[in-house]
Design a protein around this ligand. Structure first.
Ligand SMILES: NC(=O)c1ccc[n+]([C@@H]2O[C@H](COP(=O)([O-])OP(=O)(O)OC[C@H]3O[C@@H](n4cnc5c(N)ncnc54)[C@H](OP(=O)(O)O)[C@@H]3O)[C@@H](O)[C@H]2O)c1
Length: 328
């Protein structure tokens, strides 16, 4: 089969298209023929060999997210059969091959049915973005209906899912993006109001928008830029969840003291199997009900995975970046 194979860690040109054997599923495992794979920033960090959470053995086929059709079911697998339309969210699976490939094998509990309304492209946008948005909002921030949440960086893979889930949960949702067209896009996604995170005044505008109260929860995609100002615009007893960070920032702890507010770290790798089951059940139910409508962003052919991993760190986002693997 065709797959993107890494034989070394390094810059994006270590991502090479290659012919590799089709993986065979063992007991409790499923093989999926993929139509799309999701591209996540984490895969670009892993490629460097310096990612804090995961350094794979080489050679390595990257990718945790995808969607396609069940091809073969191993023994002891219940509830899935050949031909089922499914999405794959394999980051936390014990056994998995990569999704930047025509076929992936992984534990059956990483494979979930797609409702008819959800396309294969949308299915490949669910895994890491969906699990991250759910964990940040509900398992870390404990967001309650009626609270105000700022999704700081709402236009990308994680942010768009967070907006949809938070809105359906009954929160008052504020989102940020990088230009006017993205702000209009966020309003279509369901934010109550949108602000430009490149405007230095946007923090004060958000406080004004809340009538001076500030926001209860901030889901932060770029903490090294925003953390200090985030702490300033929190409401009393507010919570910031650090989802994304690419550097360091001077910080004034007194901001937390005076409001008894909290900064909470979040890394999907720390989710327990029970956390993961809860999140995937909630995401599947949200797909079925139509609450979750994954937004498909830029698409690249499988052979262009290298450019995808460059662009996901450098270009502005609208929804989830995908690799197209086959026609469907
Ligand atoms: N902790 C975890 O377990 C975990 C899991 C998944 C992802 N992440 C991290 O979370 C971040 C988002 O992931 P993603 O998949 O959604 O990436 P993405 O699709 O590339 O989206 C990145 C988002 O960050 C926004 N952004 C850019 N500049 C910003 C600023 N100054 N302030 C606030 N937001 C800004 C972008 O907006 P514009 O481009 O429109 O300006 C875009 O909405 C990444 O850093 C990723 O590594 C962490």
């Amino acid at each position: 089969m065709r797959a993107i194979l890494m034989k070394a860690f390094g810059e994006a040109d270590v991502l090479q298209l290659a012919e590799v054997p089709v993986p065979e599923p063992g007991p409790g495992e499923v093989r999926v023929q993929l139509h799309y794979a999701g591209v996540n920033p984490a895969e670009a960090y892993i490629r460097t060999g310096t990612y804090a959470f995961f350094k794979p053995d080489l050679p390595y086929v990257p990718g945790f997210d995808g969607a396609g059709v069940v091809d073969t079911v191993g023994v002891n697998v219940q509830g899935l059969q050949k031909g089922d339309r499914v999405f794959v969210a394999s980051m936390l699976a014990k056994n998995k091959t990569g999704t930047y490939a025509e076929y992936v094998v992984c534990d059956a509990d990483a494979v979930h049915r797609l409702p008819d309304r959800t396309s294969f492209a949308q299915g490949a946008a669910i895994g890491i973005p969906g699990l991250t948005a759910y964990r940040a909002l509900f398992q870390r921030a404990q967001l309650k209906p009626g609270e105000t949440v700022l999704i700081h960086g709402a236009s990308g893979g994680v942010g768009t899912v967070a907006v949809q889930l938070a809105r359906a949960h009954g929160a008052y949702v504020i989102g940020t993006a990088g230009n006017d067209s993205e702000l209009a896009f966020l309003r279509d996604q369901g934010v109550h109001e949108a602000f430009n995170h490149h405007d230095p005044q946007h923090f004060q505008k958000i406080v004004d928008f809340t009538g001076g109260a500030g926001v209860d929860v901030i889901i932060e995609m770029l903490a090294n830029v925003n953390l200090e100002r985030d702490a300033e615009i929190l409401a009393m007893f507010g919570r910031i969840v650090v989802v994304g960070n690419r550097g360091s920032i001077p910080f004034t702890p007194r901001l937390l003291m005076i409001k008894e507010s909290a900064v909470l770290g979040m890394a999907l790798w720390n989710a327990t199997p029970a956390d993961n089951r809860e999140a995937l059940a909630a995401l599947s139910a949200s797909l079925e009900s139509g609450v979750l409508r994954p937004v498909v962003g830029r698409e690249y052919p499988l052979a262009e995975a290298k450019q995808g991993q460059i662009d996901i760190l450098e270009k502005s986002a609208r929804g989830k970046m995908l690799l197209k693997i086959s026609e469907n």
